[in-house]
Design a protein. Structure first.
Length: 361
């Protein structure tokens, strides 16, 4: 039974342990493979690398979160470790491919961050995994997800292996923030960057996963920023409700402003991700109003709030909008820099400043 070895959180999230029979695993593989949609050029490139005489031993798959980088890393592992891959790339019946895609292959190790950190202990385990030659496949492969979360000593511990790995070993670092990796690490990697998913691809992927109402779909697409993971998150009823209360509290002219924004900052201040979402929503609306001022309305992020954005741009000068934008950026930077800062306090002050600048509508 291979199931206890499945470590992929995404897989666990969408299926309970009891649901993981052979058939569902296959369906999950197929839907996971679909997330490679939009990355066809990179997949072709990886196929070329896989068939090189001596493929590079260390790679960096970079690009924003939730677009399919990790799936591509497993796909690359299939290319180099399944001897029949090029005869059955699109099918999932092969025993080797199935185990690779379930993260149950003895020569493949996936390392995920633990509480937002990849510690040196984890790197030591990785290095000892790489000490041994492959058991079944041609390569022993380590995939490190969100590799920038390795601290400095963890990254330094990898340097020697990245420089001179034993033969038939491969390391794939996956990262949404590659610039946070040490330059000495990055310079040893063959980098492949993955672009954001197009609206068309996101729509296809989302509509295959679950039935969304038109409003859920539009909101998800508006807030996805090219990421399937974000699109999934943003299409939930709670997120749709949250976004609508943010836009209403900050931009609509009502007598209840103070109460509304204080409630909002109390709600959003609880979790960092919610605070980030809130600031992102506000900055995206301001950005849209600025874009509308310039006459480029077709490229709105919040296209479902088109009329509100139009009124906002008519009632506020570009310099007013820029000042609001600066306030939001400043708040984000402050919160990023100082983890001990009270999120509620920063949000309260930011909203009050915005109120003094913006002509609400
Ligand atoms: Zn295969």
């Amino acid at each position: 039974m291979i199931l206890p070895r499945i470590q992929d959180r995404g897989l666990r999230k969408c299926l309970g342990p009891g649901d993981l029979n052979k058939k569902t695993i296959l369906v999950v593989h197929q839907s996971r493979m679909l997330t490679l949609l939009g990355h066809e050029k990179n997949i072709e490139l990886l196929k070329r690398y896989a068939t090189e005489d001596r493929p590079a031993h260390a790679y960096l798959f970079s690009g924003r979160q939730g677009i399919g980088k990790k799936t591509a890393a497993f796909e690359f592992a299939r290319m180099v470790n399944c001897p029949e891959f090029f005869n059955h790339a699109e099918t999932f019946e092969c025993h080797t491919c199935k185990r690779i895609l379930s993260n149950a292959h003895p020569d493949i190790h996936l390392e995920l961050p633990d509480r937002n950190l990849i510690r040196i202990d984890a790197v030591r385990k990785i290095l000892s995994f790489l000490k041994y030659p492959p058991i079944e496949g041609q390569y022993r492969i380590v995939i490190i997800d969100e590799a920038h979360l390795m601290n400095r000593s963890a990254q330094n511990a990898m340097l020697k292996t990245l420089e001179e790995p034993p033969p038939n070993r491969m390391i794939i670092l996956v990262s949404s923030q590659p610039s946070s990796l040490l330059q000495t690490v990055r310079s040893r990697l063959r980098q492949i960057s993955f672009g954001p998913l197009s609206e068309e691809h996101l729509r296809t992927l989302l509509s295959r996963e679950e039935k969304l109402t038109e409003h859920q779909m539009e909101t998800a697409l508006a807030m996805a920023a090219g990421s399937l993971e974000r699109a999934r998150l943003k299409s939930s009823p709670e997120n749709i409700q949250f976004r609508s209360s943010v836009i209403s509290a900050i931009f609509e002219d009502k007598d209840t402003l103070y109460r509304d924004v204080m409630e909002l900052s109390a709600e959003a201040g609880v979790e960092k991700s919610k605070t980030t979402d809130l600031l992102e929503i506000v900055s995206s609306v301001i950005r849209d109003a600025l874009v509308t001022n310039l006459g480029a309305e077709s490229s709105l992020i919040n296209s479902d709030y088109g009329s509100l954005i139009k009124r906002l741009s008519q009632n506020n000068s570009p310099s007013q909008l820029m000042r609001v934008y600066d306030e939001v950026l400043r708040a984000s930077a402050r919160l990023d820099l100082d983890v001990n800062l009270s999120r509620n306090l920063v949000l309260d002050v930011t909203f009050l400043k915005i109120e003094s600048i913006l002509t609400r509508i």
